[in-house]
Design a protein around this ligand. Structure first.
Ligand SMILES: [Zn+2]
Ligand SMILES: [Zn+2]
Length: 143
């Protein structure tokens, strides 16, 4: 697949992804549970591969690593769309549920499983990482 599209719940923000994700995972950190009411399904894209239209608001907080995490969301409907981390320059997390076709990416791991609630359904067929995993090496870009 060469292109994916998505947007917020109210449609004010729309985006286009022109590259393939580095990895997709489900995060059960407590911050994600606060913004999503649950784990968040995330796909990591090159920031340069994301184009969006509309207005986004941002909230920045400090992760346990000490990195600053900036979460961007629609100021009208509150949908969380993107997150950047100062420890991961050049890459941006896209919230998979906001894709027009969320099935177009496949999470390969549950991360921060140590803070998942007891009732969470974690697929035993995919990796489970108790806390923050390392990022896989960036794929080389053709050309
Ligand atoms: Zn919206
Ligand atoms: Zn998280």
């Amino acid at each position: 697949m060469s292109e994916r599209t998505g947007g917020c719940l109210c449609g004010q923000v729309r985006y286009r992804l022109t590259g393939e994700p580095l990895v997709a995972r489900i995060c059960w950190c407590r911050d994600c549970q606060h913004i999503a009411g649950n784990g968040t399904a995330n796909a990591i894209f090159r920031s340069d591969d994301i184009e969006f239209s509309g207005e986004v608001a941002a909230f920045t907080s400090t992760a346990e690593s000490g990195n600053q995490v900036r979460r961007r969301f629609c100021p009208r409907c509150g949908s969380h769309l993107f997150a950047d981390n100062t420890g991961r320059a050049g890459f941006t997390v896209v919230r998979v549920g906001t894709l027009d076709d969320p099935s177009s990416v496949t999470p390969v791991a549950n991360i921060w499983s140590a803070s998942a609630p007891r009732w969470a359904c974690l697929d035993p067929a995919i990796d489970r990482v108790e806390r923050q995993p390392t990022l896989p090496p960036a794929p080389t870009r053709p050309g």
